[in-house]
Design a protein around this ligand. Structure first.
Ligand code: DC
Length: 220
């Protein structure tokens, strides 16, 4: 058993906000695996390399230096925290994250990072593939409308012009890709607790996760 919280769930369910708050409550570190897939997607875009270009993909993956410092994300030394949230990256990240070469590299990076310290890790395959031995696994769910509404308000607050229908449609497309891909599809681990956040506040979700973790036998 590994003293780690694995937090999985679909896009827009509030995993990263929740994970940051749980990490603060427990004084743990937070690993955002979606940010890693986004950083690699950005690296491909910047180099104008497509997934069909075998040697290009190998070159990019061999040269990607990724680092998380606090809540900032660095690609080869450059702070890309904002760039990895750009709509263009969001559009392409599902395809990049379905690629076995990308997943092999990033899963290894995630496992190495997770060796030292106490982590809450969010993603899609954390409880099923990356850290199946995690002591605490949560699958966070919410209705598609509730998720799209949150994402829509976030984008509006950032001044990006989009409609609720567009956000809902894009989310449905990503959900489909993430849950039907061959490799590590989004799926609740058998031993994960299902937590539906549709009618819960952020504080309530955080509190529930902390309670679930604290009720477990402690791993030393
Ligand atoms: O959580 P997010 O929206 O930042 O994730 C970006 C993409 O990366 C999303 O399409 C799913 C993918 N992803 C993944 O395949 N495995 C993970 N552990 C985390 C994210």
């Amino acid at each position: 058993m590994l003293n780690l919280i694995a937090l999985d769930g679909p896009s827009g369910v509030g995993k990263s906000t929740t994970a940051k708050r749980v990490a603060a409550a427990l004084k743990w570190d937070y690993m955002d695996t979606g940010a890693m897939y986004r950083a690699v997607t950005l690296a491909f875009q910047r180099a104008d390399v497509s997934l069909n270009d075998r040697s290009g993909v190998e070159r990019i993956l061999a040269s990607v230096g990724y680092e998380q410092r606090g809540t900032s994300y660095f690609l080869n030394g450059e702070d890309v925290s904002d760039a990895i949230r750009a709509p263009e990256v969001t559009k392409n990240v599902s395809a990049v994250s379905a690629d076995p070469r990308v997943r092999t590299l990033l899963v290894e990076l995630q496992r190495n990072l997770g060796q030292i310290g106490n982590w809450i890790v969010d993603g899609r395959d954390i409880g099923t593939v990356v850290f199946p031995q995690a002591i605490c696994k949560i699958f966070l769910a919410a209705s598609p409308e509730a998720r799209a509404q949150r994402r829509f308000l976030e984008l509006q607050a950032k001044g990006l012009s989009t409609s609720f229908e567009e956000v809902l449609a894009d989310q449905a497309r990503r959900d489909h890709l993430d849950s039907t891909r061959d490799l590590s599809p989004l799926r609740k681990a058998n031993d994960a607790v299902l937590l539906d956040s549709s009618d819960l506040s952020l504080e309530e979700v955080v509190e529930k996760i902390v309670q679930i973790y604290r009720a477990l036998p402690q791993v030393l």
